[in-house]
Structure formats: structure tokens, C-alpha cells
Design a binder for this molecule. Sequence first.
Ligand SMILES: [Zn+2]
Ligand SMILES: [Zn+2]
Length: 305
Amino acid sequence: MYEQSAWFAEIFQARRLFSMNMKISNAKPPHIPPSLPPAPSRRPEDQVTLGEHRQPPLEKATLWQKAVATTGVAATATVVAGLAYGGAFSSMGAGLAVAGSMVGAYFLADISTGLVHHFLDNVDPKKLPGGLARIADDFQNHHDHPRDVVHREFANHTADTQRITTPMLAGLAALAWTLPQLAPLTAGLTVFANCANLAQEFHRRAHMSDAENPALVNLCQKVGLMVPRRLHLQHHGAGHKSHYALLNGATNKILDDVHFRLTPGGVKSNLLRKMEVALYHWQGSEPNNWAETPGLKEQALRGIK
Ligand SMILES: [Zn+2]
Ligand SMILES: [Zn+2]
């Protein structure tokens, strides 16, 4: 009974204070902005994709870059037509040989992107000739501004690779029509050349959010046909000491987790650490990621137990 009356007294007091407040504030509603900007995401995978708020202008491809990229696509179509005309898919055995070579090339391209990426990230650009130095600068700048690549057109951000792969694909087109017995090799090299370009686009897509990417890209990332965002985040989020493969990321398992000795009693480390030691001796200065990750230098020089 006592509790109930105390409760009514509290309600009464609260109502009295409320009506007093309304009078004091002159019944003017407080100013609330119509819509607040969304708070920056705290999800770790978004720190790479959305964390940076620079909005550089779109880097468009030049007409020449577009022409080189289009020629590469035309050469690839010519390879496919040549392989089909030469009987590469005419029997189960021939088809399987071609398909096996293509799948092998897809994984070989992945590990190759890991090795090239590792070199360009960690080398001292001053030790390289002009064109290569610019590409190394480009890679290292990506660590400071991971979202810049999102604002570049495909033929622009793959231009350096297309300059090599388009002539290569033109040669493969000629090979497909003249030497049909080399079909598995031709098909494998064609996949490899195209994957060298696609890896850079897949990497770009890993820096875009689910909302920015079409549903098909999100699905390919989910099933691992394109390097998943979470996997690539581990490259940027851990001092650039691992996760270098950029096409599908499957071969990171080999690059990061396989530790071996080159000679009996030699240093036991993975291939990346061995490459860093080679770079250290060649350029006379430490690779970039040694400065970023305390203990990485010792790990590379002394190995793991
Ligand atoms: Zn990198
Ligand atoms: Zn990246």
C-alpha cells in the first residue's frame, strides 16, 4: 500500500517537472538535423575498403590504353576460336588436357602475383630503372592510400601489365591457329596472361564494399574465385608481412605457411622471408615491411624454430 502511494507520488512529481520544463523551454522543439551522416564503420574488413575518405578524381584510361586492352580481349577471342578450330575440344582427352592446363595456369598466376607484389612492395624504388621504379612507387603508395585504386578505370590501372600481355596474347593467337598440337600450352598461357590483368581488378574489387560491387563479384569473393576482402585485409592490417597473392589468394597458404630450409642446417623460413633476405643483401637496405613489423627481420634472418 505504501509502495503504491510512493509510486503515484513519483509519477505526479515527474509530470509536474515535465510541464514546468515545457513552459521554460517555450515549447520550442530542439534542433535535430534531418539526417545525420552514417558513422564510420568499425568492422575490420571496412577499415581497408571504407576507412579512407579521400575522394581522388577518377583516373580515366587514355585512348591508347583502351586500344591496348581491347586488342588483348580480341586476341584472347582469336585464341579461343583457333583452339576450337584446331580440335582442342574435339575429344574428352584433348578437352581435359586443355582444361587442366587452364586451371593450373589460374593457380600459377595467383602465386606469381604474390611474388611480384612482394617484390614491388618491399624493394627500394631507387634501385630500379625508371619504369619499374614508377610501378614500385605505385604499389607502395597503395599502402598509404588503399582506396585510390578504386577511382581508376580498368585499362588505366592495368596499363603496365597490358603492355606486356597484349603482344603476348597476339603471339598466342597466331600459335593457336598454326600449331594446334600445342593447344594445352597455348590455353594455359592465355589464361595466365589474362589473369595477370584480372588480378589487379580483383584486388581493386577487394577494396570496394559489398554495396559498391555487383552481386556476381560478391559471390565470386565469397566462394574464393576472386580474392576475398577479408583475406586481402590481412595483408594491409598486419604490417604487409603476409597475404600477397591477389588473384584468388589460395596460394597464400604456400607463400605464408610453408617453411623450409634451402640447405641442411640452414634458416627455416617461408619463401617471403627468404626473398626479403635476398633483397636485403642485394639492395643494401632493409625491405619496407621489416620496418613495419617488429621482429620480422630477426624471423627472416634467423628463421623459426
Ligand atoms: Zn601490398
Ligand atoms: Zn590492397
